[in-house]
Design a protein. Structure first.
Length: 316
């Protein structure tokens, strides 16, 4: 039996100034992807990715379309260079789910780009209206941390919850500043190895995003979506999205729901996936996947050299 491959796509935090530039120089398909993004958005997103400034690139309104475009430029470069492997599954971490859906043919690059631009705008707006924060908690078990979030929420009357189940021993929590601070202190007291406040003012994947859910739902409903050509494992349920209605529901629910990345990877492994290819800038998911399951192989593909390595490797 041939080992199955999954294509996975990163979310926010993977951006870096210079991303995509060597791809554009090496692959016309990547150059065309960035040109299409510039035209679609009406500004030079490509220049922002290649030259910065970093502060502007790190604005969530820009970060989301920048990572999405870079990931799709990698995807198109791979295929234009002759990569013909059909992944058994696609999945993406948070924002990366949009890249996975385009890779699976559920919507076009241009429609996906417009949607992630609007998602970034609305998430930034939610952060301004409902300021919050996020923190990474290392080496504390899931149940203890969930209980801590509940305890902090009850004590403060504000919301904090698990936002990302990234890997065993790495969980991100998100919520109101006061409740988040309380949860961080409780996690430290409970023996977490490290508690780190993330440099964001947005409480992603928490109920603080609900303030923009209706407006985002309208954007999702206005986007043409079709049945994906390959299964896309959803962040919210850690199960494949099987219908257009299911995709629409997922994209809206994802704003306020936890990213169940550990369960998503475990699900794909249970279906026979042994190799994961991370399509996009940096190597965040490539680092997480072997921690979830030591038997899994993960490789990053975000540069021209990465594309060449995938093409040269046995099995795709």
């Amino acid at each position: 039996m041939t080992d199955k491959i999954a294509a996975v796509f990163p979310g926010q935090g993977s951006q870096w100034v210079g991303m995509g530039q060597d791809l554009v120089e090496a692959y016309p398909a990547a150059r065309e992807t960035f040109a299409e993004a510039d035209e679609c958005l009406g500004f030079a997103l490509s220049r922002l990715c290649f030259e910065g400034p970093e502060e502007t690139l790190n604005d969530t309104y820009n970060t989301q379309p920048a990572i999405f475009t870079t990931s799709m430029a990698v995807w198109r470069a791979l295929h234009s260079a002759g990569w013909s492997v059909q992944p058994a599954f696609a999945a993406g971490h948070s924002l990366g789910e949009y890249s996975a859906l385009v890779a699976a043919g559920a919507f076009t690059f241009a429609d996906g780009l417009r949607l992630v631009r609007e998602r970034g705008r609305l998430m930034k707006l939610a952060g301004e209206r409902n300021p919050g924060g996020m923190a990474a908690i290392l080496q504390l078990d899931v149940k203890t941390l969930a209980d801590i979030c509940q305890q902090a929420s009850q004590a403060t009357g504000k919301v904090v919850q698990v936002a990302n189940y990234n890997s065993p021993g790495q969980i991100v929590i998100s919520g109101d500043q006061v409740a988040l601070e309380q949860a961080m202190q409780l996690a430290q007291a409970a023996g977490a190895r490290r508690v780190t406040r993330l440099a964001v003012s947005i409480a992603s994947h928490s109920p603080l995003m609900a303030i923009v859910s209706d407006e985002f739902r309208r954007a999702v409903e206005a986007t043409p979506i079709q049945q994906p050509r390959l299964p896309v494992v959803a962040n919210v349920t850690a199960q494949p999205l099987t219908s257009v209605d299911g995709i629409r529901h997922e994209l809206v629910a994802q704003l306020t729901s936890s990213v169940r990345w550990v369960e998503s990877v475990q699900y794909m492994a249970e279906q026979g996936v042994t190799r994961f290819i991370e399509i996009g800038p940096k190597e965040v998911l490539t680092g997480l996947i072997p921690r979830i399951n030591k038997g899994l192989q993960a490789v990053a593909c975000g540069t021209a050299a990465g594309v060449q390595a995938i093409l040269a490797s046995a099995g795709g």
